[in-house]
Ligand binder design. Sequence first.
Ligand code: DX5
Ligand code: ZN
Length: 228
Amino acid sequence: MDRRSRLASLAADHPLIAPSMLKCDFADLVGELSRLDAAGADVIHWDVMDGHFVPNLSYGPMLIQAARKRSERFFDAHLMISDPGKYLDEYLQAGCDAITIHIEAVPDPTPVLSRIREAGRVAGLALNPGTPVSAIEPFLPACDLVLVMSVQPGFGGQRFMPEVLPKLQRLKEIVSPKTVLSIDGGIAASTISAASAAGARLFVAGSSVFDAAEYGPAIANLAHLAGA
Ligand code: DX5
Ligand code: ZN
């Protein structure tokens, strides 16, 4: 699948499930990618952590670039890093289809979002649970995707924070209909319907996919509960 087809898959008007690779078996990355492919994962979500913006370290562009050769799926990179502009070219070269940066990491995200768009990728902006929508509102015209965090970023397996859902409702009112609204953290069978009703269309799911006995039924069930 080329990038154009992958970008078209994101534009489809149905809920998309994005397994978070933070929870995968790193010792069997190729096997995990192939199982996710067979399980019908729409998007592969890569959580990049620098031990500075968040108190945890994960992986960087070299791993994503290696995985790019082993998967045809849409790659959604979530950069939980300080100074994302400094490292952006490496994530573009790694073959990410969407790149999301955090509003809390940059005073003005516009230059980085513009570079992502100019490279023909999806430009995303994330906001932490404590950050109001008003903090990103001036930059929405530069965004193709908005990621609402429903946990404090840094770790998988945390409790979903329903108090962020009004932010999705507000975003739904003010973004262009083409903007992808995404939610990340604690998404499971018990929480995804509420997130969908609030306006999310792209659902990042770590534990609820990787802790399941079989990925296919887990992903299908999440998609069903999200309204697929
Ligand atoms: C948190 C990450 C999430 C997380 C999702 O910092 O951005 O993508 O790993 O994992 P679960 O679904 O287990 O909350
Ligand atoms: Zn994430």
